[in-house]
Design a protein around this ligand. Sequence first.
Ligand code: SF4
Length: 308
Amino acid sequence: MPKPYRDLAGYLKEKTGCKTAKICIDGGFTCPNRDGRCSTGGCAFCGARGAGEFTIDPAVSIGEQVRVRLANPLGGRRAARFLAYFQNFSATYAPADELRRRYDAALCDERIVGLAVATRPDCIDEEIAALLGEYAARMPVWVELGLQTASEKTAGQMNIACPRAAFAHAVSLLRARGVDSVAHMMVGLPGEGLAEAMDTLRLINAQPVAGIKIHSLYVMRGTALEALWRQGEYTPLTFDMYTETVARLIAGLRPDIVVHRLTGDCPRDTLLAPGWSAEKNKVLDRIHTILRERGWHQGCLYEKDCLI
Ligand code: SF4
């Protein structure tokens, strides 16, 4: 049954003409929110692997990581083409010539037909946007920008240490070079409910982004969020609250934006709460059921949300 939103699998098939999947790579980057340039603690929800828990250890060379994943591409077994996806930490946080070396190392097989890079908005500048634009001139390229929330207050509580205005600036630099941006937002941040999630969606809708990733906030072992949760200062959303919120976000999402993700994906051995977030298919099924029962599809409430 077709999904009531523009999903990533369909978009990639449109772009490449065949089933295409991502190969997740740890490029050995760090993050300015960990090395002291912005802060040392990292975002409160960030785990030891910097938001890429399923990648191979970066001690393994990038080329070897690609070869291993091509032989066993996890979720993309039936794919004929792949995108190299630099997932861990801030994968534009290095000098441009070093970035080029690492990205080129991943483009080492003819089945790799595109590049995806996850980073912070404040790790995009003119020079890096120009570099990414060179790749975008010859293959599909997108940059995932960790916005998470429109609220400076929540960003402060979570030690995100990046001004909200940096998001629009990064999108504009990338767009000027022909590079697609994908906005990453979190649902279930402390003190945030549907109204705050809609504020974040409006900020995203107002920018020329090509994609969105909606992520459930979960408590991972060893994070600062774990301490808040154990002290009773953070309560995760319930399954019903999360799925209701995401269905409403899809209804309000600008119709052209591609949906890359609708929930989180935490390894079971490090997940502390909420338990439902380990059941990705159940979460997706419920979101699809809500959309179907209400007759909602992507963007059906977009015009209305623009007027609020
Ligand atoms: S910006 Fe990303 S990598 Fe850096 S601390 Fe936050 S979640 Fe982790």
